[in-house]
Design a protein around this ligand. Structure first.
Ligand code: CA
Length: 377
């Protein structure tokens, strides 16, 4: 028996009898940590970790979330755990974050799971599903009740020696910037649009062309007509990128990103080496960041929507119902192509849809009625 195992058994002692599954369950899942066993902790041992991010260093909200997590963990641990943040390209390119953390180049990473759908098709469902759940609904799937969504997320990442944490949500994004009105699905035919991931496949089924453009080149490509349209995030980020200077029409809603979930990831082997209190601290800090991010997006987007309305000539529009209905049908086909060829993706999406169908009834009765009848003045 290893010394660590011996100590663990010694601490739990008699209280573990008959509660083995409960206790081991809560140890592997901080979301269900209901026991208050005192872990055996060496408070003199410190941990210096590194986190590489998909985003540029200090990139508004998304990059800031990594700094916030590191600051919280440092303070909550009394300085026993420090995490140094590296922006995209400082250690590894952003799109290599998943691999870098998987093999232990850094202990942590920050990004979004849909960037890793090439590694595991199921990953896409933990960030953005076209016509999927919003942030509030998604969070309830992930960590409400039995935390079914979070368990599936961990199951998806475990083969890569990774463990995910909730890292915030953008809220419903905007549908994108266009230089012509979108009155029917035919207006999307031949349209070259920067729109990533699963949504790009949906656009192609509608007759458009999804063009992959890095963030730093979106404005120039749109201004020069290399692309006809683009989506990005919402008023705050879009205004900062100057997209109002390159397109006339700004469409809502972001049918393709109805509440994009962000993530922190940790190398699972390194995570297991941490004392329990530091594991709990990282988890608690990630939930703190998760709450802050949506609040920050909502506050900034509301502020910058007014700026776009008042200081630019941009026309703000809503996609016609018929266009959305056809995009929704194409989305179902695109999702089916993923789930029919991968059993884990099918399992994850089945759970996602089950939750979405159930919570939609509750949201219709309350949230929708709130927006329709109370909030609009
Ligand atoms: Ca987006």
């Amino acid at each position: 028996m290893k010394r660590k195992d011996f100590i663990k058994k010694g601490i739990l002692g008699g209280t573990a009898l008959g509660l083995g599954s409960v206790i081991s369950g809560c140890k592997s899942d901080p979301t269900h940590s209901t026991e208050s066993e005192l872990p055996n902790i060496n408070f003199n041992k410190t941990f210096d970790w590194r986190m590489t991010t998909v985003w540029g260093k200090n990139f508004p909200v998304l990059g800031e979330s990594a700094n916030m997590l590191a600051n919280l963990v440092n303070k909550m641990s009394g300085g026993r755990m420090r995490i140094k943040i590296y922006g995209s390209g400082e250690l590894v390119p952003g799109y290599e974050t998943f691999d870098a953390v998987s093999v232990g180049v850094t202990e942590m990473g920050c990004g979004a799971s849909y960037y890793w759908q090439g590694k595991s098709p199921a990953a896409v469902f933990f960030t953005a599903v076209p016509f999927g759940m919003n942030s509030q609904q998604l969070t309830s799937w992930l960590i409400g009740g039995e935390a079914v969504g979070y368990q599936l997320w961990k199951e998806t990442y475990e083969p890569f020696n990774l463990i995910p944490f909730l890292g915030g949500n953008t809220g419903v994004q905007m549908g994108g910037w266009f230089n012509k009105e979108i009155n029917s699905i035919e207006d999307l035919q031949g349209l070259k649009m920067r729109i990533p991931g699963l949504a790009g496949k949906v656009l192609e089924k509608a007759g458009g062309a999804a063009i992959n453009v890095p963030a730093g080149e979106i404005f120039t490509n749109l201004e020069r007509g290399v692309i006809d349209a683009t989506e990005w995030v919402g008023p705050y980020h879009d205004y900062k990128l100057g997209l109002h200077k390159a397109a006339k029409y700004y469409y809502s809603p972001g049918w393709h990103e109805t509440g994009s979930q962000m993530e922190f990831i940790a190398n699972l082997s390194e995570w297991k080496k941490l004392p329990e209190d530091l594991q709990e601290i990282i988890y608690a800090a990630s939930i703190n960041v998760h709450s802050w991010m949506l609040a920050e997006f909502d506050q900034k987007n509301a502020e910058y929507l007014e700026i776009i309305k008042n200081e630019t000539d941009v026309q703000i529009r809503t996609f016609p119902d018929e266009v959305l209905a056809q995009l929704k049908a194409h989305s179902a086909t695109s999702i089916n192509e993923i789930t029919s060829s991968n059993s884990l993706a099918e399992k994850v999406y089945d759970s996602y849809v089950k939750h979405q169908n159930q919570i939609n009834k509750w949201s219709q009765l309350t949230e929708k009625a709130y927006y329709d009848k109370i909030s609009i003045r």
